[in-house]
Write a protein that binds this ligand. Structure first.
Ligand code: SF4
Length: 350
């Protein structure tokens, strides 16, 4: 059955028009779903019983179940594993900081891009998420979070630019004034460097923030960890970034996952500084959440040295702590753990 969260205001309007209902029904539905947090149609007591029954026959309002939830005793980072209606699983994370509460959401089940340091990349691409499945992650976490979200980032499973239409429609729904009214500036679409998506976002003047996962400041090194760099080399990536800035005048954030012995030397820092001068940008340095011994996490001293080396030359640098490293908070890790458990259960039964 269709998820009502798939529909934007216009689509809902068409639905009610076809059902012979007045236009203001859309506002009632949007308010109920996004402002009052209703989770089933019985809660819409401002609608007739007949209409509630019709809606329940045509749509679902929640489509997936919580399979696992792990909260870090260190910093409260909470990771969720959801089961979708077809049995597939995705992850979302709530990251608590002093003033910020970031909801990190998925855009695909699995991912085709196979970044070497990422557990999701090992799954391969299984399917795109629907608009409703993207929106629902935010609504479900909003019900469970200690504090409401201040930021939403598309940095969970999947490459958002490879599910562009659904990601943008979901972001539009989350930002709609009649609904959640989430600030467009606080929604970040993160890409590993899929150039057509970056250009399209610029041409369409999408009001959301753009982050690019860089992870290495020279092409050869980037290729070692991000196979996508073969199709879209670093030089072209920066041309696209400049194009984006010229069109939108918005600063891009470059994400740099710091891996010990791979991209954390002073020379790497100098290369990163040189690159960052090519386009107005901010840099987020994120010590890796290690998935295997090939990608060890850097020591605190090495993070501090790297930060110091780039700090003065770059417009803004943020060092993100390894949030929730004790709860498999890196993308795809909880999924992988759950799969292992399922496999063990099956083998134990044999
Ligand atoms: S880091 Fe992102 S783009 Fe790369 S494999 Fe993981 S989910 Fe895909």
């Amino acid at each position: 059955m269709k998820n009502i969260l798939d529909l934007n205001i216009n689509e809902l309007q068409n639905y009610f028009e076809q059902s012979g209902e007045p236009k203001f029904r859309v506002q009632q539905i949007y308010q109920g779903i996004y402002q009052k947090g209703y989770t089933n149609f019985d809660q819409f007591t401002n609608l007739s019983k007949k209409l509630r029954q019709q809606l329940a026959a045509d749509f679902v309002l929640r489509s997936f179940q919580e399979l696992e939830r792990i909260t870090s005793p260190l910093d409260g980072t909470t990771k969720f594993l959801w089961q979708l209606t077809d049995g597939m699983k995705i992850e979302s994370v709530i990251i608590y900081e002093k003033k910020r509460v970031t909801f990190c959401i998925s855009s695909q089940v699995g991912c085709a891009l196979d970044c070497k340091f990422c557990a999701t990349g090992k799954m391969g691409w299984l399917r795109d998420l629907t608009v409703g499945e993207i929106v629902e992650q935010v609504l479900q976490m909003k019900e469970l979070a200690e504090r409401p979200p201040t930021n939403i980032v598309f940095m969970g499973m999947g490459e958002p630019m490879l599910n562009y239409d659904n990601v943008m429609q979901a972001a539009d729904i989350l930002a709609d004034e009649a609904g959640l009214n989430f600030s467009r500036k606080k929604i970040t679409i993160s890409t590993s460097g899929v150039l057509p998506g970056i250009k399209r976002m610029a041409d369409e003047q999408r009001p959301f923030r753009l982050a690019i996962s860089l992870n290495a400041a020279d092409q050869q090194k980037r290729l070692q960890v991000m196979p996508i760099a073969k199709k879209y080399p670093l030089e072209q990536l920066f041309e696209a970034a400049r194009y984006y800035y010229q069109k939108t005048r918005k600063r891009i954030t470059f994400e740099y996952v710091l891996i010990a012995g791979f991209n954390d030397s002073l020379q790497d820092a100098r290369n990163l500084v040189a690159l960052s001068r090519k386009v107005p940008c901010k840099i987020n340095v994120i010590p890796v959440n290690s998935i295997d011994e090939n990608f060890p996490a850097p020591s605190q001293e090495s993070v501090a040295r790297f930060e110091e080396a780039i700090q003065e030359s770059v417009y803004a640098v943020t060092i993100r702590n390894r949030k929730g490293w004790d709860v498999q908070a890196a993308c795809g890790m909880l999924y992988a753990e759950n799969e292992k458990k399922q496999l063990k259960l099956k083998t134990d039964k044999l």
